[in-house]
Design a protein around this ligand. Structure first.
Ligand SMILES: NC(=O)C1=CN([C@@H]2O[C@H](COP(=O)(O)OP(=O)(O)OC[C@H]3O[C@@H](n4cnc5c(N)ncnc54)[C@H](O)[C@@H]3O)[C@@H](O)[C@H]2O)C=CC1
Ligand SMILES: CCCCCC(=O)/C=C/[C@H]1[C@H](O)CC(=O)[C@@H]1CCCCCCC(=O)O
Length: 250
């Protein structure tokens, strides 16, 4: 297996201020990467300062941005390139679960992932190559009837990732996605709190992943250079496994 050395590489993580995003930011910093956190959270600066104290402050860049604002998203990507001189890794992770405001959710969970992928393809250096990880969900593979728009947004992320693989290869960029089952974050806590007991119990029985374990899956997709166009499933019960699609016939 050929492994990508992350030392000195430049990564951009959307939704990096907490949860799965923060966990991948920490693993990237531990591996010696320079990391830009692109997030709308009011806690972003504080999180960045804390990371700067634990790692090298010059390796942490915080950019306040609503990923649904295409001008602001472009500015953030371009800022990372001008600040660090390169853009090598992009993790399109920012997401919400909100069936009532499904239009907003689709803009964050899907439109911004597509926009982030195209920006990465435009700004990554084809000589050096790059890697993009799109964060989907197990609900893309096993649709959740109580979260139809959420499940649809995540399914679309999987399909987009698999389709864009060929075009990305032309730019010397690998693109993969991860489909976690429930992970212990603020998002899942809110979801579980609002859920009928019956469903909550089933999920608790299956178990919730630690964000660090989901982030390890993302690291595998980043560092294993043989991984391209893959869909990695991640759950507390079964760990990490690659999804096999039986879609060769019509
Ligand atoms: N927690 C879970 O059980 C699972 C989560 N996922 C996915 O993982 C990703 C991360 O989720 P969690 O870490 O659990 O969520 P979280 O709610 O803990 O963190 C999400 C981060 O995204 C940021 N964000 C939200 N909207 C944004 C916007 N418009 N612009 C910029 N940043 C924005 C938030 O400020 C926050 O820092 C999401 O895409 C989610 O759908 C997938 C499967 C399971
Ligand atoms: C097979 C389903 C895996 C879902 C993993 C995931 O992305 C979970 C996201 C939830 C988030 O934590 C808060 C939510 O509202 C999201 C979906 C909630 C669905 C609840 C349905 C209960 C069930 O039948 O599992």
């Amino acid at each position: 297996m050929s492994t990508l050395d992350l030392s000195g590489r430049v990564a951009l993580v959307t939704g990096g201020a907490q949860g799965i995003g923060l966990a991948i930011v920490q693993l990237l910093l531990e591996a010696g990467a320079k990391v830009a956190l692109v997030d709308i959270s009011p806690n972003l600066r504080e999180t960045g300062q804390r990371l700067g104290r634990s790692f090298k402050p010059e390796n942490v860049l915080c950019l306040t941005c609503d990923v649904t604002d295409s001008t602001s998203l472009r500015k953030s990507f371009e800022k990372v390139l001008s600040h660090y001189g390169s853009l090598d890794i992009v993790v399109n992770n920012a997401g919400i679960a909100d069936e009532v405001n499904w239009d907003k959710m689709l803009h964050i969970n899907l439109h911004a992932v597509i926009a982030g992928t195209y920006l990465a393809l435009e700004l990554m250096d084809p000589e050096k190559g790059g890697v993009i990880i799109n964060v989907s969900s197990m609900s893309a593979l096993y649709p959740v009837v109580y979260a139809p728009a959420y499940s649809a947004s995540k399914k679309a992320v999987v399909t987009f990732t698999r389709c864009i693989k060929s075009a990305a290869e032309g730019a010397n960029v690998r693109v993969n996605c991860i489909c976690p089952y429930y992970v212990k974050t603020q998002m899942s806590q809110r979801g579980l709190d609002a859920m009928p007991e019956q469903f909550k119990n089933e999920i608790l029985q299956n178990g919730l992943m630690d964000p660090e374990d989901a982030a390890k899956g993302i690291m595998e997709l980043i560092t294993d250079t043989s991984k391209n166009g893959t869909v990695l499933r991640a759950s507390a019960k079964r760990g990490l496994s690659y999804h096999i699609f039986n879609d060769n016939t019509f």
